[in-house]
Design a protein around this ligand. Structure first.
Ligand SMILES: CC(C)(COP(=O)(O)OP(=O)(O)OC[C@H]1O[C@@H](n2cnc3c(N)ncnc32)[C@H](O)[C@@H]1OP(=O)(O)O)[C@@H](O)C(=O)NCCC(=O)NCCS
Length: 162
């Protein structure tokens, strides 16, 4: 695919958001409320995609959202988003969420998610992403290969009406 303005690296889109869990983020079971985490994931993914395309984006789909572990009041939560794939007008963004131990800084993954963000014009209509994605590391290459498979699965699901 041809891209109007060349390429940007995965790292250029990297977006990190850090939170400390407060009462407003906690559900009735004293754990991080899933809806609040989804809001943070959406926000972090949107910023990463916006950094890549250099403009406005909208979330078209939250493709896969896996809750692996909970988080508790007063825990530090870190979200890291990166663009993993660029289509014509859309980008796939992976968001990993961790809790961070205060004494050691050790991070444990509690959630990972893939979102589809679409580059939009001033009327909210899709427009081409001007930059392709330059993958440099082995893990970035593996993510890209995974993203291509996920794209195929999405197309099949769309054709089958899911
Ligand atoms: C997202 C949106 C702009 C797409 O517009 P559209 O007219 O359907 O445009 P298209 O069908 O050309 O899709 C645009 C791109 O998004 C991708 N896309 C759209 N829906 C998708 C889905 N459900 N899953 C994966 N990709 C999707 C398309 O594959 C296409 O990607 P490509 O250009 O890289 O090939 C439009 O549906 C919209 O405005 N949705 C509401 C977004 C919103 O309000 N989000 C916040 C939720 S609260």
């Amino acid at each position: 695919m041809e891209y109007a303005k060349g390429y940007k690296t995965v790292e250029e889109s990297r977006t990190e958001m850090t939170k400390i869990l407060q009462y407003k983020d906690i559900n009735g079971a004293n754990r991080l409320f899933g809806g609040r985490l989804m809001e943070w994931i959406d926000e972090t993914a949107g910023i990463a995609a916006s950094r890549h395309c250099g403009g406005d984006v909208t979330t078209a789909a939250v493709d896969q959202l896996l809750f692996k572990r909970g988080a508790l009041l007063n825990e530090i939560v870190v979200l890291i988003a990166k663009v993993t794939y660029v289509g014509r007008t859309s980008m796939e963004v992976r968001v990993d969420t961790y809790t961070e131990e205060k004494s050691t800084g050790l991070r444990t993954m509690i959630n990972h998610a893939y979102l589809i963000e679409v580059c939009v014009d001033e009327n909210g209509k899709p427009k081409p992403v001007p930059y392709g994605l330059e993958v440099r590391t082995e893990s970035e290459k593996a993510e890209l290969e995974g993203a291509k498979k996920r794209q195929e699965i999405r197309k099949t699901r769309k054709n089958e009406g899911f």
